[in-house]
Design a protein around this ligand. Sequence first.
Ligand code: SF4
Length: 415
Amino acid sequence: MSVKKNKIERRNFLKYLGAVALGSGFKNLLTIKKRNVEHLIPFVIPPKGVIPGVPNWYASVCRQCSSGCGISVKTRELRAIKVEGNDNHPVNKGKVCVRGQAGLQVLYNPDRVKNPMMRINGKLQKTTWSKAINHVADKLKAADKDKVIYLGEPQRGSLGILINDFFSKFGVNNVYYHDYFDDKASESANNKSFGYNATKDYDIGNAKYVISLGANFLQNGANPVKHSVSFGEMRDRNSGNEDHRGWLTQFEPRMTITGATADDWHPIKPHTEGLIALAIANIIVEKGWYDKAVEGEIKGWEDTLAKNDAQSIAKKAGVTALVLEEVAEKFAHSGSSIAICGGSGTAQESGVFNATAANILNHLVGSVGKKGGVRFPAPSDLGVATQVMNYKQMKDLSKKMGDGNIDVAFIHNAD
Ligand code: SF4
């Protein structure tokens, strides 16, 4: 190495640097291990049916809630990249809500749980699938089968059949389903009124007048996407038929999204939804505005309904008697009216009473089983979950667990 006036020449400096690097790195070079070969372009020979750069669409069903909207999932190189509504699906007619759109996050969110977790010394810790499966199998084998429960979200189709079969093979009979959004009060009321033990469907798209008793049907409930689509159809001015434009009257204790969209909104005192329905029914009967097909039944109802006169109910509910009379007149004469009770109307101790009162209203004006009225979907033949629990049953089960009477509990998306 030549040094001129305490300076290292550039050429020699590079040589020196190379020698030092080689000297210190030589040992490491000898110990470099062979790595797995990774292909930079894995789709040089793509799987069958996949063309790199060209999306494939798959029809599926959204499971982000129990509404079951039809979706089309866009995939590129076998990865799902977008969720859209399926135009051909009868429930949501091509639309999905934000929750459905965000369904992709189940696959890709960096904060999702990627491993099975086990609580060890009070702390949740990562474990392997084989350890987790063996642990669950051991617990299941050792447990008294009467003290094993499965509690999951309602299932239909093959997954529901699989879950039921799996537990029956182990002799476990306590297989329950719970849906936070399931409207058990409406189901009980439907069973009482019509002998139909399920949630009914509303043909809002063809209705001319809708009374909502606490039902926030555009935001939640049985299927907010379906109801939003049909509400748009009901209000469609582009049809060129002004006559078709439906009207929504909302009674509820606090303003909801549906209330904010209503044509007339009436704040009421909590727990008075059913009384309002009966007062409107009473006016319809008194004025003789009911459907003539129910004429024979009116005699039996008159006395009960008469106790709910407009003046006294209006006072209890915090509205005016005039409002009730106007609503009754519109409801009886629109030609296709629906009374929907839900939300604050059914999520309370008088829920069954309120929903039954709404059923009476629908029946009085002949809206049951009619276009633009209330419909009863045929039960699914794909294996519907049977033991859907109501709130009281859930409370009892939770007490049983708290008292130490359950050894093994499988909880599956039933938060
Ligand atoms: S309502 Fe929304 S979350 Fe529920 S199934 Fe439809 S798109 Fe999915």
